[in-house]
Design a protein around this ligand. Structure first.
Ligand code: Z2T
Length: 827
């Protein structure tokens, strides 16, 4: 793989790795190679990789400080980075050296990789996007730092017990973390609660904050190496610690409770990641988390600016600093920067306002209204009294400015205001105080401009833009799919790994029978790899000759795993009626975590399990269909699943999935997509022509119109579509194995009659059912023609270059950040 570079010193590097690994084992663990446990072996190897990255890290810092270039801070409450060992080896272009060294040592890299605890510091797409962005920023050599929270417990681990989801804690730090470096010099104090006094005694305003609780933020830095690049960036994750275990000054004044409270507050703040995806809970602890990491980050940004540019006034902060907020979770960074500029740095209100707006940009990731963050005003005021005052003042000025533009339009101004009805609306804050706001696909941006954020788009026409998401080619092809990587590199050379547009050079190969045959073989090997994985982990046998059909993503009603499950029931019925029915052999893979409090989502998991049991207990049907629910979907499972997929299910209700990113990973790995015209699927269809993707269902406009004008009546479809009625009846007529006969009647009721004030079937599952079943017919028609299927699969990979996160980052940089790459002296 790393044919291009490093070849000359391969031998030397190999020898060096061998002696380093043995040295680490001896000095850190007091073990010989023979005595070492797999976990010790993993750590020893990881330490040698870390040493190599550290060199780049130091050199990068030196170059950045010298070159004094503008730096990006990418703030995100989630960074779903996954395991680092193999990815780092690949990005250092040392995979061949490590392969040979470890072979000589008799160590299997794939095996020791399993000993690395996986950091699951994210829920799904949003957190994984942040991780892909770090990889691309480093590869492009842009000066940037990722800033987030070092959760002690990541996203829960999922077990399925008797068909139901059970959550287990994810204590990923128990055995230490080789990749992080605590940086005690950059610790920050964060203050919660207390009272604010305005002191005018000196003639000018002085803000006094008293009676607050203090939490110490300790940064842990993780180096992120670029691919084939000399740059390594930092991912800075803040951990909460009590000022002292017990505050003795409070204690000795007799304030025992508060002394203990402080320690308590500190310890819980970075304890656990909230498991909600596309949903907001409004919990106090979550607000504490947000302020904790944004305050620490902003304090560090200002401190670093003053250190690097001692002669530059803070009114010029935006010339050297760009701050990007990944959705609104870090939006408290906005009033926090205002606070520091006003209270500590003495800027005027106007200057602080201008600088802040020039620094900030905001990405919106969803139009689901239940995910838009709104905080109860009282909670906000009590926890963050000074931030509340400043937010209030921002709101007043913003509404005042709006009044100039829309005099007397109370409706509009109240809609756009930041504080209203005793709530703080974080999206409105981010919209008001950012110089750019972006959606994550073109369709999503259109919806923001025309609908959700229409008033802001009218007020500032150039502000809201669309920048389509992307995924890193390194993890999602080079790491996850070495077979495909080698095949592509043989055909078009290695440059596509850094310049994914070059994948288009594969287009002519779609007509090359020999190439297609090898492409098909790679897929077959990946299917076998997944089958073995399932056999060993779950003791389930799957047929690697069947069509591998995958839906892997968070469980959410709008993503419509339910539509997929109902379609399987439909195929089941057809096979029951006619055992010779023309149905291609298929394995349906589901992988999905449900938010623990999301009752309906958990019910859908139970339904998928019931469908699985029904299908496998029928001797005729099980010859054709198999359902597999892969528990605990996470980055490392995705790395095994996605390369094996042949069909990618991207079937959300049109208009609801902002972009989707698994769609891109599947496409890159040569799966064909069955999907709605939603999120980035739209652009996938445009890029390679509609022939290479199975598009079905209502369009976003139609969905919107049907819902807005109450034109959708699910019950009518039940009456008129016989096949659909039969399938739905299976939910309540005892056909399905269940704990109790009414197990799925809630699902049935909500599809046909609605529940809790909702209309029936708000995600149009029934409406898209027939078109979906038809599209699935077309899928199997094409699948039977192996050559045609492979041709289309090759064309999917060939057109996936656009969805590289390198392209996405370049677009952010050109349109928002305006950073210059760090210049590294190459020896
Ligand atoms: C999330 O993963 C996404 C949106 C959210 O809105 C929250 C979370 Cl945790 C607040 C997803 C979108 O659903 C998905 O369409 C998109 O591809 C992804 O973010 C990255 O932009």
């Amino acid at each position: 793989m790393d044919i291009k570079r490093n070849q000359p010193d391969l031998q030397a590097r190999k020898e060096q790795i061998i002696s380093e690994v043995i040295g680490k084992l001896r000095r850190h663990f007091g073990r010989t190679l023979e005595e070492a446990t797999p976990s010790q072996l993993y750590k020893a190897v990881a330490m040698t990789v870390r040493d190599a990255i550290m060199e780049k890290w130091t050199a990068t810092r030196k170059a950045r400080v010298q070159q004094q270039k503008k730096r990006l801070y990418y703030l995100s409450v989630e960074f779903l980075i996954g395991r680092s060992l193999v990815n780092n080896i690949i990005n250092l272009c040392q995979d061949e050296a490590y392969r040979q060294a470890l072979e000589e040592l008799g160590v299997d890299l794939a095996e020791i990789e399993q000993s690395e605890p996986e950091p699951s510091l994210g829920n799904g797409g949003l957190g994984r996007l942040a991780a892909c962005f770090m990889d691309s920023l480093a590869t492009l050599g842009l000066p940037a730092m990722g800033c987030g929270i070092r959760y002690e417990y990541g996203l829960f681990r999922q077990k399925i017990v008797d068909g139901s989801q059970v959550e287990m804690p994810d204590n990923w730090l128990d055995d230490g973390n080789v990749w992080e470096v605590p940086n005690l010099d950059d610790q920050m104090e964060v203050h919660f609660g207390g009272q604010i006094e305005e002191d005018w005694s000196s003639g000018q305003l002085h803000i006094r904050h008293t009676g607050y609780h203090t939490v110490i933020a300790v940064p842990y830095d993780i180096p992120i190496s670029g691919y084939d690049s000399d740059v390594a960036l930092s991912l800075r994750l803040w951990s909460a610690r009590a000022p002292q275990q017990l505050d003795m000054s409070l204690f000795s004044r007799g304030e025992y409770a508060r002394a203990a409270e402080e320690a308590e507050l500190a310890q819980t703040i970075s304890k656990v990641l909230y498991p909600e995806d596309n949903h907001q809970e409004g919990k106090m602890l979550r607000l504490q988390q947000h302020y904790f990491f944004t305050s620490a980050t902003i304090q560090y940004i200002v401190k670093d600016f003053k250190k690097r540019y001692p002669h530059m006034p803070l009114t010029r902060l935006h010339e050297k600093v760009a701050i990007h907020i990944n959705d609104t979770h870090p939006a408290l960074a906005i009033p926090e920067l205002m606070r520091i500029l006003l209270d500590q740095e003495g800027l005027s209100w106007e200057d602080a306002w201008q600088v802040t707006r020039n620094c900030f940009a905001y990405t919106n990731h969803t139009v689901m209204s239940e995910a838009l963050e709104r905080w109860p005003l009282q909670m906000f005021r009590e926890l963050l009294p000074r931030i509340h005052m400043i937010t209030n003042a921002i709101n007043e000025q913003y509404c005042h400015d709006l009044w100039e533009i829309y005099p007397n339009d109370f409706g509009k101004i109240s809609y756009m205001s930041i504080i209203a009805y005793d709530q703080v609306r974080m999206a409105n804050l981010a919209l008001a105080m950012s110089h750019k706001v972006n959606g994550v696909s073109q369709l999503h941006a259109d919806i923001l401009r025309k609908d959700l954020f229409a008033d802001w788009a009218r007020t500032e026409p150039d502000k809201i833009i669309g920048i389509t998401n992307g995924v890193t080619i390194r993890r999602w092809c080079v790491k996850a799919n070495p077979g495909l990587t080698d095949l592509i590199t043989e055909a078009i050379g290695p440059d596509w790994i850094k310049d994914a547009d070059q994948l288009q050079k594969l287009i002519p190969f779609a007509a090359d029978a020999a190439f297609c045959e090898r492409f098909r073989r790679v897929k077959a090997e990946n299917k076998a790899r997944l089958s073995n994985y399932i056999a060993s982990k779950m003791d389930i046998k799957v047929d690697p000759g069947s069509l591998f059909d995958c839906q892997a993503k968070r469980l959410h009603e709008y993503k419509r795993q339910l539509l997929n499950a109902l379609h399987i029931l439909y195929l089941y019925r057809r096979l029951k009626e006619d055992p010779a029915a023309n149905i291609e052999k298929r394995t349906f893979f589901f992988a999905a975590k449900a938010s623990p409090g999301y009752y309906r989502a958990k019910e859908i998991i139970r339904l998928i399990h019931a469908v699985k049991v029904l299908v496998e207990s029928d001797p005729v049907v099980r010859e054709k269909l198999q359902v597999v629910f892969l528990p605990n979907y996470c980055v490392s499972l995705a790395e095994v699943l996605i390369p094996a997929a042949e069909l990618s299910e991207q079937i959300s209700t049109a208009g609801k999935e902002a972009s989707g990113t698994s769609n891109m990973k599947f496409m890159l790995n040569g799966a064909l997509t069955i999907g709605t015209l939603d999120g980035a699927n739209v652009e996938m269809a445009q890029l390679m022509g509609g022939e290479n993707i199975f598009i079905f269902g209502r369009k976003a406009q139609e969905v919107e119109n049907m819902l807005r004008n109450k034109l959708y009546h699910a019950g009518e479809l039940y009456e008129t579509n016989r096949a659909l009625k039969n399938v739905l009846d299976m939910l309540v007529d005892g056909s399905l194995p269940a704990d109790h006969p009414r197990q799925f009647s809630d699902l049935y009721q909500s599809l046909l009659f609605g529940d809790g004030g909702n209309i029936a079937d708000p995600y149009l599952v029934l409406d898209d059912f027939a078109p979906y079943a038809e599209a699935q017919e077309e899928v199997q028609r094409v699948y039977r023609d192996t050559q045609e299927w492979t041709r289309r699969a090759v064309l999917n990979t060939a057109h996936a270059g656009f969805f590289s996160s390198d392209r996405t980052i370049q677009e952010y940089n050109e349109r928002i950040w305006h950073l210059e790459p760090i210049q590294m002296e190459r020896e």
